[in-house]
Design a protein around this ligand. Structure first.
Ligand SMILES: Cc1cc2nc3c(=O)[nH]c(=O)nc-3n(C[C@H](O)[C@H](O)[C@H](O)COP(=O)(O)O)c2cc1C
Length: 425
């Protein structure tokens, strides 16, 4: 079982009357309702605090580089820290990089313009890239160097191995020695690796997942996040198994299995490698609503069955704006990862993300991320309940139109409308 060192979050707003409901020892204490604080005239609102503490790891903001090209080597990870990203998750590593052979082209993009104009906005991105093809020894040296140069910044190693207990134990041991702060386990890569019983092959099989999580959590001494695949009927099932098997957090989603398209002149699929292709992983803006749906399923399950206590959730998929990130947080995410967004807009994107998230928080007078984390969850219900609510609302509106049946029906809030409902002209 990974050991935890939780840091307590302070209530930044001394005048707040909002109560704390979660155990203060978990470090994940949160307020019971959405905060709309009254700011006195002339008083400037407090600058929102974007910092978060997730499984004891303190980050200056919730924006995390998602595993992929933006975390492939020392140079780019250093750049991410320098630009101000809250944390970096490196490209997934395994013991034997010699088995990882990439092809080119390995990306294909979907543009919003219907006639395929090269000027249309990129909304979808498919990749058939594998995990890191760099020697593990090289990656480990770079992790160590980064942690020496940035001891206060959070570096998370993404790892993946074959179905072999000794291999997992060796990988965990060697990566932990570099001083990384946490692990994200890639149970979710949809292409290439499942052929070797890795990645999504584990995340899609709850029995296999339970066994592998057991090995990992018995060995790891730092927090472990399980990264889930959306290519499964009910994503909450493997997430539940991962948490029950000792993982401290869930990250979702990895890419969605896809075929980007077929060239109608050549009849060959994209991305086309020597005339052939293979289904790949879909990411970017187009996956954002799907990712929100998957994160909602996981968040509801975590709240109902784990009471949120000490467990974390990292939302991933199509984030390019502060508003996209706010949506994941409103569903209960503690952090938000960005991968394709960085490939399209560069590392400086984090500044825009922070500014936009702050603007959103100022609009609602939220002073911290915990002020609104999970605030939209109560507004999801069943379709049957929507029907009941709508029927009741229509009946109420009809009753108001008809006028009050008795003096006891007058209400304070609807008083003017109730008066008008009984006027003849
Ligand atoms: C080119 C590319 C390579 C990726 N490689 C990895 C990887 O090595 N490990 C991993 O866990 N996820 C990998 N991912 C998935 C991303 O981390 C992320 O889960 C997914 O792309 C959705 O987020 P996004 O829309 O912000 O990119 C990769 C994504 C892309 C686009």
């Amino acid at each position: 079982m990974a050991s935890l060192n939780f840091t307590q979050i302070r209530n930044k707003n001394p005048i707040s009357e909002l109560t704390l409901t979660r155990s203060q020892t978990t470090g994940l204490a949160r307020r019971t309702r959405v905060g709309f604080k009254v700011v006195a005239a002339g008083e400037s609102p407090v600058e929102p605090d974007l910092s978060v503490t997730v499984n004891g790891l303190h980050m200056p903001n919730p924006f995390v580089i998602g595993s992929g090209p933006p975390g492939t080597n020392y140079t780019v990870m250093k750049r991410a820290f320098d630009e101000g990203w809250g944390a970096v998750i490196a490209k997934t590593v395994s013991l034997d990089a010699a088995k990882v052979i990439n092809v080119t082209p390995r990306y294909a993009r979907l543009r919003a313009d219907s006639n395929g104009s090269a000027k249309g906005q990129i909304i979808g991105w498919e990749n058939i890239e594998l995990i890191s093809d760099r020697p593990l020894e090289t990656m480990l040296k770079e992790f160590k160097q980064l942690k020496e140069e940035y001891p206060d910044r959070i570096l998370i190693a993404s790892i993946m191995e074959e179905y072999n207990k000794d291999a997992w134990e060796e990988l965990i041991d060697r990566v932990e020695q570099t001083g990384v702060d946490a692990f994200e386990i890639n149970f979710s890569c949809p292409h290439g690796m499942p052929e070797r019983r890795m990645g999504a092959a584990v995340g899609q099989d709850c029995a296999l997942l339970e066994e592998v999580c057991g090995w990992i959590n018995a060995k790891a001494t730092i927090p472990v996040w399980a990264k889930m695949t959306p290519n499964i009927t009910d994503i909450a099932q493997p997430a539940r198994v991962a948490l029950k098997s000792g993982c401290e957090g869930i990250a979702a989603i990895n890419t969605i299995m896809s075929v980007m398209g077929i060239d109608l002149k050549t009849l060959r699929p994209e991305p086309c490698v020597e005339g052939y292709s293979t289904p790949g992983g879909y990411s970017s803006k187009a996956v954002h609503p799907i990712a929100l749906g998957k994160v909602l399923s996981i968040a509801k399950m975590m709240k109902a069955e784990f009471n949120d206590a000490g467990y974390s959730l990292s939302g991933i998929g199509g984030v390019e704006t502060g508003g996209d990130a706010a949506e994941f947080i409103l569903l209960g995410a503690n952090s938000v990862q960005v991968c394709t967004g960085v490939m399209m807009h560069g590392y400086g994107l984090v500044k825009k993300l922070c500014a936009e998230l702050k603007d959103f928080m100022k609009l609602h007078n939220f002073s911290s991320i915990e002020d609104f984390r999970g605030a939209s969850l109560p507004y999801f219900t069943t379709h049957t309940d929507l029907v009941r609510r709508q029927r009741e609302a229509i009946e109420q509106r009809k009753a108001v139109k008809k006028g009050l049946q008795s003096d006891k029906d007058w209400t304070g809030d609807g008083f003017v409308k109730e008066t008008e409902s009984m006027v003849s002209n």
